[in-house]
Ligand binder design. Structure first.
Ligand SMILES: *Cc1c(COP(=O)(O)O)cnc(C)c1O
Length: 416
């Protein structure tokens, strides 16, 4: 029996998050008090009215049968109405919405749907590592879109070689951004539409944090830009908005042919999601939205406490606009070493910036998905641990990548 795995899987990196989770579990087992701010796993429960809706729906035998291929129209209508109410975007539920097994699934599938071996995909660097997996499985190539602090962590399209832009077939974007925690203005999305039109590139906008107004106002959807639906799609997720990460439900909306291709591949993988999950998602999207505002308030308080603690200690970090803080490492140096030592010596787990790409080097990502007292504890330990290092000032934070010739080897993949 030959059990050598197919070549297309060989390129898939192992998850550094999984390895670190194992290391943290060992420490906890050994009685250590670890503050785990490594992953982006929502810590609060799903609002009770959504759980109750699931309970009712699962009692209905109609939800025990195969779901309709490509999902329930009722849910697609709810998604379109939610987009109209929250983001002033018009969508046709029948042709411009696809239901996903979590945004993650769609973010991998879109590359399967559109990239042939050798095709070029423009990839933000740093980026949420799940995007890489789809591109690698398709045998396509990634060309980095460096996200630099001096550009507000937005890609600079003018800095790209036009022949590279012309060769690209697909590009990813993600605002509010994981890991850099910045938002994008409408004007940036208008520029993106012009870039995509000029170079014939499909835009995949990951809007997983789209409904959490941590910056004070609702983040702008890519689809608000005129013409956006003609060049791309946007991914949403119920994981972060409604604390439903374990339920695995998201959607992708926009360009009809892109939606059609994603529905085609999903028909074969899944048929569609469990009907009771789809109906509970309708309850989440059409029910009272106070829970979303309350969650944003909780996250904002945590964020403000965390940032104030670091500022008090002289560590002038930028204010995060999502549920992560993106911290320049005091004194610079390897992010993998810094995070490793921080866990070893101070029992605080964070994600090294290098896990998100070459341009993530020099930073660590701190998840703010923990209660305020645990975040205070983490600030104290971070500050003690970093004592004696050189504090980056707000304006002099390290932004330049540790340069190297274009070869970008993802050092990991999968999972938040
Ligand atoms: C959490 C997250 C997702 C994943 O969403 P799921 O719907 O849970 O798969 C996608 N993109 C980003 C940037 C995320 O942080």
């Amino acid at each position: 029996m030959r059990t050598d795995i197919a070549r297309r899987l060989l390129g898939l990196p192992r998850s550094s998050f999984a390895t670190t989770a194992g290391r943290i579990a060992e420490l906890v087992e050994a009685g250590e008090d670890v503050v785990n701010l490594c992953q982006g796993n929502p810590d609060l429960p799903t609002p009770p009215h959504i759980v109750e809706a699931l309970r009712q729906e699962v009692l209905d035998p109609a939800t025990h049968r195969y779901p309709a291929f490509s999902g329930m129209l009722e849910l697609k209508v709810a998604i379109a109405e939610w987009y109209a109410a929250e983001h002033q975007v018009d969508l046709d539920p029948e042709t411009e919405v696809a239901i996903l097994f979590g945004a993650k699934a769609g973010l991998v599938e879109i590359s399967q749907c559109f990239l042939n071996p050798g095709d070029v995909c423009l990839m933000p660097d740093p980026a949420f590592p799940d995007y890489w997996a789809g591109v690698l499985l398709a045998g396509a190539r990634m060309h980095p879109l460096p996200l630099l602090r001096e550009n507000g962590f937005l890609p600079d399209y003018d800095a790209l070689d036009p022949t590279v832009s012309d060769s690209a077939k697909l590009m990813f974007l993600n605002y509010p951004n994981n890991p850099t925690s910045v938002t994008a203005p409408l004007e940036f999305y208008e520029r993106t539409v012009r870039f995509a039109e000029a170079h014939d590139v499909i835009v995949a906008s990951d809007f997983a944090y789209g409904a959490l107004p941590l910056g004070g106002e609702t983040p702008v959807s890519f689809l608000r830009a005129p013409g956006a639906k003609d060049v791309g799609v946007e991914f949403i997720s119920l994981s972060k908005i409604f604390n439903m990460a374990g339920w695995r439900i998201g959607a992708v909306v926009g360009h009809r042919e892109v939606i059609g291709a994603i529905n085609l591949i999903q028909e074969h993988y899944y048929v569609s999601l469990p009907p009771f999950i789809q109906r509970a998602a309708v309850a989440a999207l059409t029910g009272p939205q106070d829970c979303v505002r309350e969650l944003s308030d909780v996250y904002r308080r945590r964020r403000d406490g965390f940032v104030a603690g670091l500022w008090d200690a002289g560590w002038h970090v930028d204010v995060p606009r999502s549920i992560f803080a993106w911290l320049p490492i005091p004194g610079g140096g390897s992010s993998v070493d810094f995070a490793g030592e921080l866990l070893q010596r101070a029992n605080v787990a964070v994600a090294p910036g290098r896990w998100f790409g070459e341009h993530g080097e020099g930073y660590v990502r701190v998840s703010l998905l923990a209660p305020e007292d645990r975040l205070r504890e983490a600030v104290g330990r971070l500050v003690d641990f970093s004592a004696g290092r050189v504090w980056p000032s707000a304006s002099a934070a390290r932004t330049a990548p540790p340069s190297g010739p274009g070869a970008r080897t993802p050092v990991h993949s999968t999972s938040t």
